[in-house]
Design a binder for this molecule. Structure first.
Ligand code: ITT
Length: 211
């Protein structure tokens, strides 16, 4: 059984909508390292979660990247949601940014099953400090090799708007794509265009062919 590792019910709902019964939720709060990109955070999380579950896992790291704020809150989106709240992010963008308040949602899905395959290259295997922390060499491996992780990224462009809609979760009410906020869409409608839907699509295609 493939475990979708998250503490966020909204993510799990969307993953199950896409992957169906092939996936089961696993409520585990893996360590999120500090990094500018989602990839090393997701890769590190997948390795930790795999060791906990002792079976195939998927970790999903996501965030809202506001262009006029150089990508803030980005990898810190959960912290900012918990501290300021998403309405405050809208008010800040409204006050500080001229024009369209362009933003993207990004999602990185990291898969690990403890077995070998062609792992994603950069930035997982990058030879720098972030990557070293992200790699988290397998403590059970005498040679200190890292567990292979495969990454799948998805993104969607839109803009930050005043909150609208009751659906979805997190930043959905303040993210407008093609005239509707994500909170005004149903789960299947959101999956058809969203960062997570796109990452899940790439993952599902690869996973279907995995031996
Ligand atoms: P896990 O780490 O346990 O999976 P989390 O909610 O902490 O749950 P992240 O670390 O990936 O997840 O933080 C992502 C933040 O962005 C968090 O505040 C989410 O509510 C928000 N978020 C992620 N995907 C979203 C989406 O599709 N729509 C709206 N907000 C989203």
């Amino acid at each position: 059984m493939l475990r979708y590792v998250t503490t966020n019910d909204g993510k799990l709902r969307e993953a199950r909508e896409y992957l169906g019964d092939a996936v089961e939720g696993f409520d585990f709060d893996y360590t999120e390292i500090q990094a500018d990109d989602l990839e090393p955070i997701a890769a590190r999380g997948a390795r930790e979660a795999y060791r906990r579950v002792d079976g195939p896992v998927v970790v999903d790291d996501a965030g809202l990247f506001v262009e006029g704020f150089d990508g803030f809150p980005g990898p810190y989106s959960a912290f900012v949601e918990d501290t300021l709240g998403v309405d405050a992010v809208y008010r800040l963008a409204d006050r500080e940014l001229d024009g369209e308040r362009r933003a993207s949602f990004r999602c990185v899905i990291a898969y690990c099953d403890g077995e070998g395959f062609a792992a994603s290259p950069d930035p997982v295997d990058r030879d720098d400090r972030v990557a070293a922390a992200a790699t988290g060499a397998d403590p059970d491996d005498e040679e200190g090799r890292a567990l292979p992780v495969k990454l799948f990224a998805g993104a969607v462009r839109g803009r930050v708007v005043a909150p609208r809609g009751d659906g979805g979760f997190g930043y959905d009410p303040i993210f407008e794509h093609d005239g509707s906020t994500f909170a005004e869409m149903g789960a299947d409608e959101k999956n058809a265009v969203s960062h997570r839907g796109r990452a899940l699509g790439k993952f599902a295609e690869w996973y279907a062919n995995r031996e």
